[in-house]
Unconditional design. Sequence first.
Length: 93
Amino acid sequence: MNTIPQMISTKDIAYLSDMFEWNYNAFKQINHFISEVQDENIKEQLERLRNMHEDHMHFIISILKKEEYEECDCEEEDDCCECEEEEEIDDEE
């Protein structure tokens, strides 16, 4: 399945969160090893690997942000918290 569904379940969000953590931990470890390695060829391969994990993290974040915006009625994707503020005001009245 290459397409992202319109609605992501809480189980899917939990799994995406786990995937993000796996990639983040790998990113941190590889970053540490890059600073320790002397061989330029190995350092280059580690940098490629670090970039791959960073790309994966950004992709996961983009999926989660898309879901966040789809739940919102805002026309603008920046500063999406306006809908929440409006709902709070409506509840108080």
